[in-house]
Design a protein around this ligand. Structure first.
Ligand code: NAD
Ligand code: TYD
Length: 352
């Protein structure tokens, strides 16, 4: 049976990716490994609880013996690695956690995958692996740092991260590359721009602003709101990652982006309009230290090599996303109240 290990599958992109896998590859087994930090929410995956080909294990990726045991038990074919601390603002307050999870956690996964996938595990210098295995590392465009008013990030843009989050992602991204160069491990790396869509934790810009509109609160815009992000619908991102997993070239980096550059202020105004609220709701607050000014991706390689282009226009994607949050108010409310953290306990106690 073909088994795909998804790390961080209870988070925003990981849970959307599991939904994508289940739809496109109904006979593959999915093993979701997630330690359920504040960002992990099993309610995102309720639909799969009875699915015999879906398995969840609450495990920290830094726990080497536990990861090793899972590789033995499940005979993993592919790894798609999402698990990470992902919020820039938190990384400014707690950088060590970001280095530990994002870099050392990635190293554990690489070591264990290498050990289990090697044809001759006792030969330190052997570069031969089982056929058809691959480790997909989900990196970010933030590893490139910040752009000026013009230009795009290509796969050859030098890495110049500016926040502890992006530095930790750059560290893991380079570590993955090094395991390919040194040990021949079959890896692929994706670097994607900002995602939006259903199930995004409401500390991130779009769900935060939508929730604040839904609850008649002001909208906090950092600095002058002129920072530019290149927005991509999460389903387009999931499709791109799955294409890289299946058809991407080993050892390669693929940039993924939406050609949807918007300033934060433009975006916040679009959200306000959809709620028939005025610009007076915007509240300019102190800027984030080291705030990157502009991200924008050149995704030509994805198009030329893998035939991928995004399906969603930003207008349609944003409208559908706002509608999803509007029609799932309980999903956000359970996060805001903390009730989502009890879901796991309730679920296991009902099984016992
Ligand atoms: P998220 O914060 O919503 O989810 C992260 C998940 O990882 C959570 O379920 C959390 O419980 C889990 N996790 C954290 N530490 C763990 C650990 N030590 N062991 C096991 N599980 C752990 O993040 P997201 O927005 O879904 O991002 C997923 C990945 O995609 C990240 O690697 C991020 O860097 C990358 N990425 C995100 C974006 C974006 O716009 N959100 C864009 C490009 C790349
Ligand atoms: P975020 O969703 O945190 O993603 P990232 O920092 O990884 O791009 O933020 C997106 C942009 O929105 C970023 O420029 C910071 C800005 N922002 C605000 O202006 N106000 C907010 O309350 C938040 C959370 C973000």
């Amino acid at each position: 049976m073909h088994t795909i290990l998804v790390t961080g599958g209870a988070g925003f992109i990981g849970s959307n990716f599991i939904r994508h896998l289940r739809e496109k590859h109904p006979t593959s087994r999915i093993l979701n490994v997630d330690s359920l930090t504040y960002a992990g929410n099993l309610e995102n995956l309720q639909a799969f609880e009875q699915d015999p080909l879906y398995v969840f294990r609450k495990v920290d990726i830094r726990d080497r013996p536990a990861i090793d045991e899972l590789f033995t038990l499940f005979e993993i074919d592919d790894v798609v690695h999402f698990a990470a601390e992902s919020h820039v603002d938190r990384s400014i307050l707690e950088p060590e956690l970001f280095l530990s999870t994002n870099i050392l956690g990635t190293q554990v996964l690489l070591d264990v995958a290498m050990c289990h996938w090697k044809r001759y595990p006792d030969d330190k210098y052997s570069r031969e692996y089982r056929e058809d295995v691959c480790f997909v590392h989900v990196s970010t465009d933030e590893v490139y740092g910040s752009l000026g008013e013009t230009g795009l990030f290509t796969e050859h843009t030098p890495l110049a991260p500016n926040s502890p989050y992006s530095a930790s992602k750059a560290g893991s991204d380079l570590l993955v590359r090094s395991y390919h160069e040194t040990y021949g491990l079959p890896i692929k790396i994706t670097r994607c721009s900002n995602n939006y869509g259903p199930y995004q934790f409401p500390e991130k810009l779009i769900p935060l602003m939508v929730h604040r509109c839904m609850t008649d609160q002001s909208l906090p815009v950092y600095g002058d709101g002129g920072q530019v992000r290149d927005w991509l619908h999460v389903e387009d991102h999931c499709e791109a990652i799955d294409l890289v997993r299946q058809n991407g070239r080993v050892g390669e980096v693929y940039n993924i982006g939406g050609h949807n550059e918007k300033t934060n202020l433009e975006l916040v105004r679009m959200i306000l309009q959809s709620f028939d609220r005025s610009d007076e709701c915007i509240h300019f607050v102190k800027d984030r230290p080291g705030h990157d000014r502009r991200y924008a991706i050149d995704a030509t390689k994805m198009k030329d090599e893998l035939g991928w282009v995004p399906r969603y226009s930003f207008e349609q994607g944003l409208e559908e996303t706002i509608e999803w949050y509007r029609t799932h108010p309980e999903w956000i409310e359970r996060i805001v109240s903390g009730a989502y953290r009890t879901y796991e306990r309730d679920m296991y106690s009902s099984v016992e």
